[in-house]
Design a protein. Sequence first.
Length: 268
Amino acid sequence: MGAQTVKLGHVEPLPPLFRRIADELRAKIRSGELAPNAQLPTQAELMRQYDVSDGVIKAVMRTLASEGLIQARRGAGTFVKARPTRQRLPRSWWRPARGGSPFLQDMAAHGMHGSWAFDSETVQASPEIRDRLGLDEPDSELPDVMRTAYTFMADDEPVQLATSYEPWALTKGEPIAYPEAGPHAGQGVVERMAVIGITVTHWSEVVSARPASTVEAQALKIGAGALVLTIERTYFAETRPVETADIAIPVDRYEIVYGAPVREASGE
């Protein structure tokens, strides 16, 4: 019978052994006892220290690596991963001077070089995106949104992923139909919509966090399962949604900063 603990008459199995070892090593890394770039004991040493099999230690190493805490270096061993300095990613609605890419403006304001890669195509929106854009149910398999997937970079390092959706009925045949092509390529949603006579009045953002998917982890160069901040953003022209996007930002590298001016009420 496996080891158990008894607490106030309730019997609870102990957590798996590999998890207990992972918790101990994780605590040492986060407390600084195992400093960034410090080498971990070898697999054989850990097996002797904890009196466990190589399978248990391999499970521990996989767990810590997936959390972005350690990394193996070929021919050298396993080391505590250096923790990068967290940088601020500003997210601003108001700017004193618009024009051009909001992302490039924000990066330049913080002394960083911004760039991005993208891929645009027309697709049929998922039920969630359809709901966010207020689209009717499809009566055919024809595409009804322009989807653009972005990888944004600061100083050539990926800082965020974004997938943008715009109603195809709104932009089809217009010079802004493809966000990254034509005379208005690279401009923000506000400026592009103004070209076709639509005034964007406000936006909303819902911020949450979750483990990165495998695809996101590879694109952002983070450990599988590492946490990302997620932002669900929608631009509106009064009550009409004109664009919505899903954004993912690595938690351990960046923090998002919001700011806007406070308008003075007249007569007060």
